[in-house]
Design a protein around this ligand. Structure first.
Ligand SMILES: [Zn+2]
Length: 440
């Protein structure tokens, strides 16, 4: 089986390639990347135009597939299909499942489900502490040997600095990062949105910026002290961006991600009491949003991650103070970033693919994020000018809690290949395939 993607604009940050180029997929690997590959060499030819981007499959470091335990919200099957529809070929799943991924038996279950049900590459993370209650470390070394790529108590912060320090030392031995969900729970307390003008106006308890930044500052110092690697999840405040920028200048092994929703919304979005805008960390003020954008542009922030957090409609119809946190994002992240950063000319195409594929892969040492002969054919085909409206009813995800519902976006993945398998194709891509087959 040989598939030829012909005439597209190939964007590969690792080689700094941004040029019209053909790419030949044979079975599960990339066989050739050349300016003009003969259609004789292929069984299927897809005739693209220079308007189409052919890129390494996108990589999302932060998704919740709710498996095991909450299959009404999402499963590995539905979550991975949603990822494929968003152009993703590799994701890292968070361990705050029921039960928590904090031991080898649960990890074995997860690995088994991934092998059977996932249509893309799914990499498990595991908890830093047993039950994510912050007291006793998990068997970190054994978990890494069985495939864990990072540790995190995501959803909770490791509040005990000594536990965090020990975790960093163990993680350093096996060269994996600790993902920090930075939230001092004494400061965030019962807050359910950003502390400030809008919280006061709405009469809701607020979460101050310091709830995040004091933990970011603490974990930077622990990384400095232990030599460990810290990856900051979903950073949301201007203070966090400043701290991370300085830590990187000091040469520390620090990486960070930001979500599309923190890049495009502020706490003003909660004015209609719509709980799809309730997340942890909360949407912040405009000055924070601008700092996140600057951090993304200047390289302080390495990766864009969706923090895809599915919840049932029943849960999300609770009042703002009781509804669970989070928005789904796998099927909208690329469109949101293309609309706000490509169409507005803030980032070049290669810089977008760097932040959504190449650099995320590097943060967790994943075998992804590049196009190279002999590597698994994990590829996204993107139409950066396709206009579409976000309709959660049409999502592959089981859940509908998208804060981007109703948005008019420009740009979308139209096909996704994982190890040479065409796991997602939008109708416009199918049309390209058929035309060329008839012509041949
Ligand atoms: Zn989190």
């Amino acid at each position: 089986m040989k598939t030829l993607l012909k005439g597209g604009r190939l964007i590969n940050p690792n080689t700094q390639t941004d040029a019209v180029m053909d790419i030949l997929i044979e079975d599960d690997v990339i066989r050739a990347i050349e300016p003009n590959i003969s259609i004789q060499d292929a069984t299927t030819v897809i005739q693209l135009t220079p308007e189409h981007w052919v890129t390494p499959g996108l990589v999302d470091l932060h998704v919740h597939f709710r498996d095991p335990g909450q299959s009404a919200k999402e499963t590995t099957g539905t979550g991975s299909k949603a990822a494929a529809a968003g152009g993703y070929t590799s994701v890292c799943v968070m361990p705050n499942t029921q039960p928590v991924i904090d031991n080898l038996q649960t990890l074995d279950y997860v690995n088994n489900v991934i092998q059977n049900d996932a249509v893309i590459n799914v990499y498990p993370s595991a908890a830093v502490t047993k039950g994510q209650i912050g007291e006793e470390l998990t068997e970190m070394i054994s978990l890494v040997k069985r495939g864990v790529v990072a540790f995190t108590d995501d959803g909770h912060c490791v509040m005990n600095a000594n536990i965090m320090q020990l975790a960093l030392r163990y993680a350093a031995m096996v060269e994996v990062p600790i993902i920090c969900h930075a939230e001092d729970t004494h400061l965030s307390a019962k807050g359910c949105m950003n502390e400030g003008y809008h919280a006061t106006l709405l009469g809701l308890p607020g979460i101050p910026n310091t709830a995040e930044s004091v933990i970011v500052a603490r974990d930077i110092e622990l990384a400095r002290f232990t030599g460990g690697r810290v990856h900051f999840a979903h950073i949301s405040t201007r203070e966090s961006v400043d701290l991370i920028r300085r830590a990187k200048a000091d040469g520390l092994q620090i990486t960070a991600e930001v979500t599309p929703h923190h890049l495009v919304y502020t706490d003003a979005a909660l004015s209609g009491y719509d709980t799809d805008f309730k997340m942890h960390p909360p949407l912040r003020a405009e000055v924070d949003r601008q700092a996140l954008i600057n951090g993304l542009l200047d390289g302080t922030i390495d990766a864009i991650a969706s923090d895809h957090a599915p919840h049932t409609p029943d849960e999300k119809t609770l009042t703002m103070d009781h509804a669970p946190n989070g928005t789904i994002g796998l099927e909208t992240s690329l469109g949101v970033i293309l609309t706000h950063f490509y169409q507005n000319q803030l980032l070049r195409p290669i810089e977008i693919i760097q932040r959504m594929s190449t650099q995320p892969a590097q943060c967790f040492n994943l075998p992804a994020g590049e196009l190279a002969v002999g590597m698994p054919a994990d590829i996204a085909v993107i139409d950066p000018n396709l206009c579409w409206t976000v309709d959660p009813k049409r999502f592959e995800s089981k859940s509908r809690n998208s804060c981007f519902k109703g948005n008019n976006l420009i740009g979308k993945a139209i096909a996704t290949f994982v190890a040479g398998q065409n796991v997602y194709a939008d109708p416009t891509f199918e049309a390209l395939k058929q035309t060329q087959l008839m012509a041949v």
